[in-house]
Design a protein around this ligand. Structure first.
Ligand code: SF4
Length: 246
């Protein structure tokens, strides 16, 4: 897909367009009511309690962060502009698949994602949004399941977190930590306890690929005594770590 970047004429409602961050250039200046989309595809949901279910993924372009383990760098710049109407139709064209996930990049950078998600809910879809935790989730339709990342120090982006997001999580939401080392694990346990997360929603810890062993993380979780769910990225187990569009 080609980049659609028209930096003139920014839409004032978008949090992305209020910022001069050059990482956001690919989504600046899009037409009113349009989104910049990296890819749309159907696969198995892989990173939540919904893991294993068929799901239509809408991956939106651009991210303001640069996590050092990011596996979707291809979404930073590549994308094409689509009207919300065309995007809705593209999702519905997948037919019976009841689950839709908005992801990225960072899908909340484009404010137009909110009415799109509401429309998909109205159409009877179960809608998930996977977000970095660095942008406010305020204004998200209450029917949408927010899958919220918490960026640990090992990611290199912990300072970017919008901590108010953790005060807003509800029972239908989920919180994810990618654990890069033991210091990350201990830091994450402190966050879990500070926000009483395990009493409020599912909490997932995933091992950062190549930096923490599966057995190592499993033992840390069990030793912690916390009700934390060990999570492996299912699509990587099935299709490998480099395959795109799955
Ligand atoms: S928030 Fe997600 S898309 Fe953005 S850099 Fe981090 S891992 Fe990559």
């Amino acid at each position: 897909m080609t980049i659609s970047a028209k930096a003139e004429n920014p839409t004032p409602t978008s949090p992305a367009q209020a910022s001069p961050n050059p990482r956001l250039t690919p989504i600046l200046g899009r037409s009113a009511g349009s989104l910049v989309v990296h890819e749309i595809y159907r696969s198995l949901q892989g990173e939540s309690t919904f893991a294993g279910w068929p799901c239509v993924f809408v991956r939106l372009t651009a991210c303001q962060l640069r996590c050092n383990y990011c596996d979707t760098v291809h979404a930073f710049n590549q994308g094409k502009e689509m009207t919300a109407e065309a995007l809705f139709a593209a999702v519905m064209a997948f037919g019976e698949t009841p689950m839709v996930e908005l992801t990225g990049g960072e899908p909340l950078l484009q404010a137009e994602v909110h009415p799109l998600m509401s429309r998909l809910c109205d159409a009877g879809k179960r809608v998930l949004i996977e977000t970095s935790g660095a942008i406010s989730t305020l204004g998200t339709d209450p029917r949408v399941h927010v899958i919220l990342d918490v960026k640990t120090p090992g990611s290199g982006e912990a300072d970017a977190m919008d901590w108010s997001n953790l005060e807003r999580v509800r029972a239908i939401d989920e919180v994810k930590f990618v654990i890069c080392d033991k210091a990350d694990f201990d830091w994450s346990i402190e966050v879990v306890d500070r926000y009483d997360l395990t009493a409020r929603c599912p909490v997932h810890f995933s091992p950062c690929h190549g930096r923490v062993g599966l057995e190592e993380l499993a033992e840390w979780i069990l030793d912690s005594g916390r009700n934390i769910r060990f999570q492996i990225q299912l699509h990587k187990v099935i299709w490998g770590s480099d395959r795109r569009g799955v």
